[in-house]
Design a protein around this ligand. Structure first.
Ligand code: URA
Length: 235
């Protein structure tokens, strides 16, 4: 069963159906090298690639992507003091409703997922599913065995009824630890480290579930998740 190119473009974030019709009529849309002129021409969406104003796109029923978040960006659609991470994405992704999966602080860098699939977002951020998030934490003062033991045993945060414990914690060098959390409370890493008597100098998320931040994704760059990467999240 096919869908009209007008509906296809609309579903992929290229604007209202009227705008999408106009794009086609203006000769901005092509498929397999053929410039289209009929907005109501139908195409099978499975595996469909098309180009809009010279940029190639693949049809995707839902959007799943990763971004290597740079510092100086807020994980919000309406940022207060800095740019939004959404400024780093092409307009159609924002138009189709892609949003960050949870929030990293403005000064935190590293792996951030984004999607327009609400259920996917919920499963990744809900504490119920305990998807592990691993942070490389650069400390202000050297890591000690006591610090690691406290983070693993649980530290008391203000306004939390129970002590909060890391799922895993290991010293990597004198002042860097890898800290694994199964939930994402507000400023959780910074507050846990402070509660254990140290300070965070720099924070980078390096893994979510079984998905590591790839070495070849530069800060500020994004890309679509592969099927294998999507599966790895739940590993
Ligand atoms: N914990 C923090 O304190 N900040 C982050 O950005 C993520 C986890």
């Amino acid at each position: 069963m096919g869908l009209s190119i007008e509906r296809i473009l609309h579903s992929q974030g290229f604007g209202t159906r009227k705008v999408c019709r106009a794009l086609v009529r203006a000769g901005q849309v092509s498929i397999a090298g053929d410039v289209l002129d009929d907005p109501f021409a139908e195409f099978a969406v499975d595996g469909l690639t098309f180009s809009v104003a010279g940029t190639a796109w693949a049809y995707r029923p839902q959007a799943y992507l990763m971004l290597n978040k740079p510092a100086g960006h807020e994980c919000s659609r309406s940022p207060k003091h800095h740019a939004s991470v959404l400024d780093l994405l092409p307009a159609p992704l924002i138009e189709r409703g892609v949003q960050p999966v949870g929030r990293l602080d403005e000064d935190t860098t590293g792996l951030l997922l984004l999607s327009d699939d609400g259920q996917f977002i919920h499963r990744l951020i809900s504490p119920k599913y305990k998807v592990a998030k691993v942070y490389a934490v650069t400390l202000k003062h050297p890591a000690s065995d006591t610090l690691i033991a406290e983070l693993l045993g649980g530290v008391q945060l203000h306004d939390e009824p129970e002590p909060v414990a890391a799922l895993a914690c290991a010293a990597i060098s004198e002042d860097v630890i890898h800290l694994t959390l199964g939930e994402g409370k507000y400023h959780q890493v910074k507050r846990m480290i402070a509660a254990a008597g140290n300070r965070v100098a720099a924070l980078r998320r390096i893994r979510i579930g079984g998905l590591a931040l790839p070495d070849d994704l530069a800060e500020g760059d994004w890309r679509w998740l592969t099927e294998a990467e999507l599966q790895a999240l739940w590993a």
